[in-house]
Design a binder for this molecule. Structure first.
Ligand SMILES: [Zn+2]
Length: 92
């Protein structure tokens, strides 16, 4: 059964060691990552068993985490706001 992370900005999930039924264990950085619209999956690199599912943060969550001083959230917010600026119609 995969661990599900509902709050992307909760600390520690990247470095958390997870054990797979096949005997492999490691952190998310060593797993096979697959990006989806709503979530990112992390699977065992040895047997492809799904170990971790991380929900993508909503803009609201990013704003909240950035406001709380989360450095990654601040960077993401800057990127999002820059993108929003560029998509705005030229007049105005
Ligand atoms: Zn495995």
């Amino acid at each position: 059964m995969a661990d599900i992370i509902h709050d992307y900005f909760q600390p520690g999930w990247r470095t958390q060691q997870l054990a797979c039924v096949c005997g492999w264990h490691g952190a998310s950085g060593d797993m096979a990552m697959e990006l989806h619209d709503e979530v990112t999956d992390y699977a065992c690199p040895r047997c492809e068993n799904l170990l971790l599912i991380v929900s993508h943060p909503s803009l609201e969550q990013v704003r909240h985490a950035a406001g709380a001083g989360n450095e990654e959230a601040r960077q993401q917010l800057a990127i999002v706001e820059e993108a929003l600026r560029q998509h705005r119609p030229p007049q105005g």
